[in-house]
Write a protein that binds this ligand. Sequence first.
Ligand SMILES: C[S@@+](CC[C@H](N)C(=O)[O-])C[C@H]1O[C@@H](n2cnc3c(N)ncnc32)[C@H](O)[C@@H]1O
Length: 211
Amino acid sequence: MKIDILTLFPEMFSGPFDYSILRRAQDKQLVKIDIHNLRDWAADKYKSVDDRPYGGGAGMILKVDIIDRAVASLKSQASNPKIILLDAGGKKYTQEKAGELSRGEHLIVICGHYEGVDHRVHEHVADEVISIGDYVLSGGEVPAMVIVDSVVRLLPGALGNKKSLAEESHNNEEIEYPQYTRPEEYKDWKVPEILLSGDHKKIEEWKKFRQ
Ligand SMILES: C[S@@+](CC[C@H](N)C(=O)[O-])C[C@H]1O[C@@H](n2cnc3c(N)ncnc32)[C@H](O)[C@@H]1O
């Protein structure tokens, strides 16, 4: 899979993609993640990417021409990418959507900033507009990290243990069962006895029906 991220703040991504499952997935070449600075597509000598909103209002809006040029140039390097715009007003992100995106070959993720993005990007450039929740963040960078992490861990081979994926929360609308490790007792907080019983059939039943 290929993931391109368009952002005004590429430096924000150093770190989150360099550890754990995301690092290993890149090392195993299951995914190639490229971070692009939107300013590279700016046309003027000041590299400006935003402007004041028509009709007035607070803050600055990211320009449609710059985003369109950036997306077009990334599109030309691959076949059939899915263009995702991050927006607090978009469709709510779910595990089901993560699964759907993980089955694609190429994602281009547009991170907004400041007051947001010229609405023509929603109308003419993006295939999907996604929100990671009902709150407003300063930019699309953290949402992009959330989406990349949740998608990449679903790629075949990204997790060593396939069984753990099948049992994870939100798979089939269920929440994973509670898990414990040593010590058996800490203060007077005890691990449920059934898990110590060695009775695998009963343990599997407990995992399924404990709620
Ligand atoms: C400060 S926000 C803009 C908020 C916008 N004025 C509004 O009221 O919805 C700047 C950017 O952060 C991103 N963003 C903020 N909250 C988000 C969320 N919950 N999900 C996805 N993206 C978000 C979007 O890319 C947005 O363009």
